[in-house]
Design a protein around this ligand. Structure first.
Ligand code: B12
Ligand code: SF4
Ligand code: SF4
Length: 311
């Protein structure tokens, strides 16, 4: 007979996500908390001041939902058959936040129907203060690689995460084994143009092109500008370099809409965009939150980098 856990996993997979695992709502490990606090104290979060808020909630799902007993962790494979060197792969699709949230709301309704009990729940996709990768690792979805991404040994790290915290006690899955999956590999570190990830395993968001192009509103130093290459929005270098991503299937969820028209955009085209062009192309996309002004700032840097490269 199918258990409630089996039914939940089946339902989630039928809705389009690729991985599902269950963990308790206990706080994340003391090592994680120590590491996170040191990371903040060292200023590695740059201007992402929101990361310094709701710290206790980030470490403890039960503070996000009173009576929380379990966390259902999901991951969506978003590898595409074609990639762009300018726009990060996840932004070639519709906005994953609303896509995953919708599936998790449906999952909550399903659980209510199956158990007949009152279900308290909280849905988290990226923007809620919660340690998503750490919980996913504890739910057995994968390991955290040297590129700092949650990586599944069979599905790689083109994965977007979402969680459903519930007051329903559920049988949990085994955490991902604590073995060294990366071994001697340093492909991601070698591929990172700015040294944001390094052999010291220290992630410096201030140097990360993803941070610089998406989150950072102010000026970018000349040195970092030159290292941004052609990245107009986000960066996939440390994902693309990972051997775990070489033989994985592409995104199978046909409902997760892919916008091929975002693939071959040039910095020159972006620099000529009107607000209407921008709104039309990025209406349902994470690029939308970054805004046209910042996208043009990034495009100008990439345009100058291309001119310098051609000399
Ligand atoms: C802030 C943030 C960023 C920041 C900082 C990134 C970072 N690595 O911390 C910036 C803007 C740079 C960023 C970039 C990207 N992001 Co982001 N980001 C987040 C966010 C909102 C919080 C992460 C956070 O708390 N960071 C602070 C650090 C201290 O904590 P941590 O990430 O939990 O990682 C620590 C632990 O994992 C610990 N650790 C534990 N075990 C191990 C083992 C090893 C070997 C190592 C090295 C470390 C380690 O060390 C880490 C560093 O201190 C999460 C969503 C969420 N709520 O969790 C998404 C999230 C991490 N981002 C995501 C994505 C997709 C990206 C990009 C790929 C987007 C892009 N293409 O441009 C890049 C990847 C950059 C990278 N290599 O990490 C996904 C990652 C999915 C996955 N497979 O892991 C998430 C989970 C969003 C989601 N819901 O899917 N992001
Ligand atoms: S996203 Fe780009 S800049 Fe950031 S750590 Fe990965 S390779 Fe380095
Ligand atoms: S590229 Fe190599 S070191 Fe980096 S996450 Fe993948 S396996 Fe680990």
């Amino acid at each position: 007979m199918q258990t409630i856990e089996d039914k939940i996993k089946q339902k989630a997979k039928n809705s389009g996500v690729d991985l599902v695992g269950i963990t308790t709502a206990e706080p994340v490990s003391a090592v994680y908390i120590k590491h996170f606090k040191k990371w903040l104290a060292d200023g590695c979060c740059g201007k992402m001041a929101w990361l310094t808020k709701n710290i206790d909630k980030r470490f403890n799902p039960a503070l996000l939902l009173p009576d929380a007993k379990s966390v259902i962790c999901t991951a969506l494979n978003y590898k595409s058959s074609k990639q762009s060197a300018k726009i990060a792969c996840y932004a070639l699709y519709q906005d994953y936040h609303s896509f995953i949230k919708k599936r998790l709301f449906e999952l909550a309704d399903f659980i209510k129907g199956q158990t007949g009990k009152e279900l308290k729940f909280k849905i988290c996709v990226d923007s809620v203060p919660i340690a998503e990768k750490s919980l996913a690792q504890r739910a057995g979805l994968g390991f955290i690689g040297k590129n700092h991404l949650l990586t599944n040994p069979h599905l790689g790290s083109f994965l977007l995460l979402g969680e459903l915290i519930t007051n329903l006690p559920l049988k949990t899955d085994k955490p991902s084994p604590k073995k060294d999956f990366c071994k001697n590999c340093t492909h991601c570190i070698d591929a990172c143009p700015t040294g944001a990830i390094s052999k010291s395993l220290f992630f410096d968001a201030r140097k990360c092109i993803s941070y610089l192009t998406i989150e950072h509103k102010g000026k970018i130093s000349r040195e970092l500008k030159s290292k941004m290459g052609s990245c107009v929005f986000g960066c996939d270098r440390c994902i693309l370099a990972c051997p775990y991503n070489k033989k994985i299937p592409v995104c199978h969820s046909s409902d997760f809409k892919f916008f091929a028209e975002r693939l071959n955009l040039t910095p020159e085209q972006i620099l000529k965009f009107s607000q209407k062009d921008f709104d039309t192309l990025f209406a349902d996309c994470p690029v939308n939150r970054t805004g046209l002004r910042q996208l043009k700032r990034n495009a100008l840097i990439c345009d100058k980098n291309a001119v310098l490269k051609s000399k």
